[in-house]
Design a protein around this ligand. Structure first.
Ligand SMILES: *Cc1c(COP(=O)(O)O)cnc(C)c1O
Length: 417
């Protein structure tokens, strides 16, 4: 991928890998795609065969809640993309986050989480807090603030790469050094960047979590989530691994525990049909991101130059508080931006005049989507809390898609008048 900042280029031909990975598993009849396997149960000729699968002595399929061949093929693609040692897929990104937290935490453990988190993730953490896993929110753009929140009971640090909707960038490198020194599980939600723009593995993250519903699938037609073990954590000394799962190579203990305690017991399984859609979508992931990042950069520049716009939040703009960090960490500055209009401009009227960009709550879609955040996804919080979070009443989030650049820029230019 081209890099306009000259900062960092990806190390691997990920499109080639994603296009050809299914065939390496020799699917039936030479099929180029892994087929959609709909069977819930799997039959064995010998009882010993089924027993060996149940006892984790050989890989295999028994009941589709915890493993399915079509899902396994997607897991292999996410592992390749993230350069990890293994991946477990889930029915949604939230199922992935819920499972990874509950599989590795116990009552009395403590989590330090970013103050700038996807709203549903913050809500999930408040549920865990009520259930006896303590949570502290800290400013993850500042490693010292996270360090100050650490207690003897702290087990996990959870952050996102590019925060939605104001695009703060966590100090991903500094937090990696901190977590390594303190022996903490470091979870990076890589949804906004994906393995194409950023590898959490490079900053010593333990797990990379992705909502596959967003960029990975990219077409807004299938939900999915994933947790990838990046091979950076020494599980042999982690206290919350059950004895049952301490079998074989310690590097794989966490994946086994996550599959059993996180996926099997909670049952947030990815369906084979969704797995297939996500897999097909992923073939164009790098191409889509290249176009969408180009579009986002140009749209941010167009908005920043418009007199009706009070502020633009996009890490690819030199005035962004984390612009230098972005150049150092990511190949490109991403596909998410947000902007504020001056008080005398009617935000809804501007959005209603858009013909191409769609007023919608998703992100990471191939289409450009806009949402007035204070009146929708952050409405429940109330004005005071929004102000604390730096969310202006006029803030519009834009998830930039892959439309032809000229069409997209013209649409926003005419809508702003
Ligand atoms: C959308 C999103 C999630 C949740 O993913 P779902 O697939 O919708 O459950 C988690 N984290 C981030 C950063 C997201 O954008």
């Amino acid at each position: 991928m081209k890099n306009e900042t000259g900062a960092k280029l990806p190390k691997h031909g990920i499109t080639t890998t994603l296009l050809h990975l299914d065939r390496q598993g020799r699917p039936e009849h030479g099929s180029l795609h892994k087929p959609i396997h709909t069977s819930i149960a799997y039959g064995y000729e010998k009882a010993e065969g089924l027993a060996a699968v149940f006892q984790n002595r050989v890989p295999g399929y028994a009941y589709a809640r915890q493993a399915n061949p079509t899902v396994t093929a997607v897991e292999a693609k996410v592992t390749a993309l993230e350069q990890g040692i293994g991946t477990i897929c889930f029915g949604t990104g939230m199922a992935a986050l819920g499972a990874v937290m509950l599989a590795f935490l116990r009552r009395g453990d403590h989590v330090v989480a970013s103050r700038y988190l996807f709203g549903n993730t913050a809500s999930l953490l408040s549920t865990l807090d009520l259930a006896g896993i303590d949570v502290t929110f800290a400013d993850a753009t500042d490693t010292a603030a996270v360090e100050a929140a650490i207690r003897p009971q702290t087990k996990v640090v959870l952050v996102e790469t590019i925060a939605n909707p104001v695009t703060q960038i966590a100090d991903l490198e500094g937090l990696g050094v901190l977590c390594r020194a303190r022996g903490l599980i470091y979870i990076v939600d890589n949804t906004l960047t994906s393995g194409v723009l950023f590898l959490p593995k490079d900053v010593h993250a333990t797990f990379s979590v992705n909502s596959l519903s967003k960029h990975f699938g990219g077409h807004g037609d299938a939900l999915g989530g994933s947790v990838t073990d990046l091979g950076n954590f020494d599980w042999s000394t982690y206290p919350n691994i059950h004895d049952l799962y301490k079998t074989g190579d310690a590097a794989r203990w966490a994946l086994l525990q996550l599959r059993k305690k996180g996926l099997r017991d909670f049952g947030g399984t990815l369906s084979p049909e969704a797995a297939h859609s996500l897999s097909i979508g992923s073939e164009t992931l790098a191409l889509r991101l290249e176009r969408a990042c180009d579009n986002a950069q140009k749209l941010a520049e167009l908005l920043a130059a418009n007199p009706k716009v009070r502020a633009v939040h996009y890490p690819g703009l030199p005035g962004h508080p984390h612009h230098e960090r972005t150049k150092k960490l990511f190949c490109r500055a991403g596909t998410l931006l947000s902007f504020e209009l001056h008080d005398d401009v009617d935000t809804f009227a501007v959005l209603d005049r858009l013909n191409i960009a769609i007023i919608s709550s998703n992100l990471g879609d191939a289409r450009t989507l806009v949402i007035p955040v204070a009146k929708t996804i952050y409405w429940e919080l109330g004005e005071e809390k929004r102000r604390d979070m730096g969310i202006a009443e006029s803030l519009v989030r834009v998830s930039v898609g892959i439309e032809d650049t000229a069409d997209l820029l013209a649409d926003f230019a005419q809508a702003l008048g």
